[in-house]
Write a protein that binds this ligand. Sequence first.
Ligand SMILES: NC(=O)c1ccc[n+]([C@@H]2O[C@H](COP(=O)([O-])OP(=O)(O)OC[C@H]3O[C@@H](n4cnc5c(N)ncnc54)[C@H](O)[C@@H]3O)[C@@H](O)[C@H]2O)c1
Length: 355
Amino acid sequence: MEKIGFGVLGAGMISGIHADALRKSEKGKLVAICDVRTENAQKLADEYAPDAKVYSDFDQMLADPAVQVVNIVTPNHLHTQFVLKAAAAGKHVLCEKPPAMSLAETDQMIEACKKAGVKLGIFVQSRMREPMRYMKAALEAGRFGKVLRVDVQMKWFRNADYYKMDAWRSNRKCGAGVTIQHAFHYIDILQYLMGRGASVDATMCNLSHPDVALEDTLDARIMFANGVRGYVQASTALWPGNDVRIEVYGTDGCAVMAGTAMKEWKFKEELPEDEKIRKSGSAAATAGGDPKALPSEDHQYVIDDCVDAIREGREVCIPCESVRGTLELALAMYKSDKEKATVAIPFENEAAIWD
Ligand SMILES: NC(=O)c1ccc[n+]([C@@H]2O[C@H](COP(=O)([O-])OP(=O)(O)OC[C@H]3O[C@@H](n4cnc5c(N)ncnc54)[C@H](O)[C@@H]3O)[C@@H](O)[C@H]2O)c1
């Protein structure tokens, strides 16, 4: 079957993961790259897809009939305008996380894509790691019994140069900061596993990046609507940076994923497949100390799924609607830190969060 054409908008640091995933994909193909810095787009093409067309103007890339899906890989505060343009041009969209800087923008994106009849998926690709899929299935099957607690520990390190690479990386209104930029993936995992939040208590501080006016450390407690407590400890201040850990504890079972590997999988009632599940995942790095040290397999999963979704006329594996609750939690964390108070969900006046 002929491959579906993908265009990548934004050829910066993480674009190589998209290009590598598309190079390996048997379903999608990188046919166009667009960046206002044409040299970035050309460099990406030279390395991963010499036949891809290079654009500096997004409208021109959107006019290219070979492009059927657009991957939005620009800084966070620019996602919305490009998703809206792609939808208006009738292109399917896979957008990097966070979907947008506000729930209002996210709703606008969802609505526009629905109206245009195009897919809108978000790259919170850690959801699709094999151990995580087993955790989700075991939760749905009730194997944990009553869930008591879910946890994320993300003890990462980013040096000062990382924050100076580009102006947006140290500007909170552009979506910088450990909560919305890095921990977003793992706040998403908790929301994916537990559902909507009911309230949030969070504190933020800057432990080791005195030159940037951002939080590099987050401690948050979430009360989920289902009554389960979730805890997030996340930082980019902790040298050398280690693998993330996700832990689920219930009355009847416990599961821990570290990096991309299952570390613990114990149930009072064992099933024959548990032995295999215990060995699931891989030893791939997950950007603990190096922002580029990420496997492209998770992005490829999302890309391949999008092609299947288009062909089968079904929803993508990570629709934007399913990530809205994650953004709601992350924004509630900023509000809680700012107001030094517990924030109930839903909350009012999200625009004031970034003032
Ligand atoms: N899913 C993940 O694991 C993961 C990891 C890192 C980053 N990200 C996300 O990927 C996105 C990009 O991050 P990055 O680190 O590659 O950023 P970056 O700053 O390195 O790259 C962004 C690129 O977008 C280009 N750009 C900016 N404005 C543009 C415009 N108007 N038109 C065309 N191109 C434009 C820039 O020139 C740059 O080349 C962000 O949303 C970030 O949150 C996701």
